[in-house]
Design a binder for this molecule. Structure first.
Ligand code: ADP
Length: 192
């Protein structure tokens, strides 16, 4: 079983690399952003609350995210080769919750952290905003999301570093080069 937490700032390329990894290694891809946007699309009461948070670049509360992840992990198919967690955990409390949940099923995860310079992140997200139709891909919200990332998500790298499960990748390069770095990490880890 290979569980990968793909971490990185907004615009760091998590979605793109998740698709590459999922294809190459036969893993499932869980994008919490996609799950939340699907709830918004339903137009439910919960979706409306989520929309108000996401549109302003804020995080959804940890307890709400816990429900999503618990539900996902408890219903994994028996033949699952592993999951790419894209966008979870985003806070220290979420990291601890995920460790607990994985342990319950005798699983563990490694973190792969996509490191990208801030100017490039902003440039990429502005470009994406022209086609994504996402309300949170505008300059003010992008800046806020990056600040939220620095304050709440970046510190969790230490959590995985302490566990010896942390791998950094230079995400400033082209997509194929970034994927090469990721493959090296995964192949080395699996060869252990
Ligand atoms: P990006 O990484 O580019 O910001 P995502 O699609 O991963 O985009 O997430 C979009 C938004 O969904 C986030 O800004 C946040 O509001 C919400 N979100 C996604 N995952 C989480 C999470 N684990 N905890 C709290 N909020 C989340």
């Amino acid at each position: 079983m290979l569980n990968i937490i793909l971490c990185g700032a907004p615009g760091s390329g998590k979605g793109t690399q998740s698709a590459f990894i999922a294809q190459k290694y036969g893993l499932l891809h869980l994008s919490t952003g996609d799950v939340l946007r699907a709830e918004i699309a339903k137009g439910s009461e919960l979706g409306k609350q989520i929309d108000a948070l996401i549109s302003n670049g804020n995080l959804v509360p940890d307890d709400m995210m816990f429900g999503v992840i618990e539900n996902y992990i408890s219903s994994l198919p028996a033949d699952c080769k592993g999951t790419i967690f894209d966008g979870y955990p985003r806070t220290e409390a979420q990291a601890e919750a995920l460790t607990g949940l994985l342990q319950k099923y005798n699983m563990e995860a490694i973190m792969i952290d996509l490191l990208v310079d801030e100017q490039l992140l902003i440039q990429r997200l502005i470009e994406r905003g022209k086609v994504s139709g996402r309300k949170d891909d505008n300059l003010n919200t992008i800046r806020h999301r990056i600040a939220v990332y620095h304050n709440q998500t970046e510190p969790i790298a230490h959590y995985y570093l302490h566990q010896g499960n942390y791998y950094a990748v230079n995400g400033n390069h082209q997509m194929a080069d970034v994927f090469l770095q990721i493959m090296r990490i995964i192949d080395r880890y699996q060869g252990q």
